[in-house]
Write a protein that binds this ligand. Structure first.
Ligand code: SF4
Length: 236
């Protein structure tokens, strides 16, 4: 899947939109002739489903951690239940991989969840960048995924009052890129302390800045690399 629609503050500097308009678009055009259409040239970020790529994970024999959709949102209204079921079918069959599905639309994920098969290798997450979208956790915790996680990236406000009931993992991080918004250290500390108090695995990805690695990864002098379950090898 590629393409999406902005839905909350965390989308303001969406990297998928930026990439769709720039270099990834060029590489997609080279690799996949079907994408080189008039419609796609006019609107490269319109939601689209790329059938010919769906079964790629079944051909990767070595176990991988797979971020399912870095260029779209699986539960965007554009994608039908039938298409989402096909995505889940591949994840169900590719049992040797771990799949991380992240959405900003967990209410739709919950609504469809009873029509989907939640094998143990599927991790389901939602993005929460500030307390205005804290309600997303309420939908996520009702989904029967083996691992439920919150991506607090970019972290745009304090989350120390977030309810982590039923949540297994929290990833936090600052925003990167030319228009990045600053991440207050007290927000990061508050989120970490919340996770420690509630026994939830915590991963601090980076502070952000003009580049991804500009601010480094240390939070009060240490790296936070916790995971909710043992990992298979590589990430793609
Ligand atoms: S939901 Fe994700 S992919 Fe969609 S616009 Fe927002 S940040 Fe971009």
């Amino acid at each position: 899947m590629t393409g999406c629609t902005k839905i909350s503050r965390g989308c303001d500097n969406c990297y998928a939109l930026l990439l769709a308009q720039t270099k990834v678009r060029a590489s997609y055009l080279r690799r996949s002739p079907v994408k080189d259409t008039v419609a796609n040239r006019e609107d490269p970020f319109a939601p689209r489903f790329w059938d010919e790529r769906l079964e790629q994970p079944l051909r990767w024999r070595e176990p991988r951690r797979i971020f399912v959709n870095s260029m779209s949102d699986v539960f965007h209204a554009h994608f039908s239940l039938e298409i989402i079921q096909r995505v889940f079918d591949v994840m169900n069959r590719a049992s040797w991989h771990q799949f991380q599905v992240l959405t900003k639309r967990p209410e739709r994920a919950l609504r469809l969840s009873e029509h989907l098969t939640w094998t143990e290798n599927i991790w389901m997450g939602t993005s929460i960048e500030d307390m205005d979208v804290a309600f997303r956790a309420d939908y996520l915790r009702q989904i029967r995924a083996a691992v439920r996680f919150i991506s607090a990236e970019p972290l745009l406000g304090p989350l120390e009052d977030l309810d982590l009931t039923g949540i297994d993992w929290v990833i936090g991080g600052g925003e990167s890129g030319a228009a990045h918004r600053p991440c207050d250290p007290s927000w990061a500390r508050g989120l970490r302390d919340l996770c420690v108090r509630q026994g939830v695995a915590f991963f601090w990805k980076q502070w952000g800045g003009r580049t991804h690695s500009a601010g480094g990864r240390l939070l009060d002098g240490r790296v936070w690399n916790e995971y909710p379950v043992p990992l298979v090898d590589a990430t793609v």
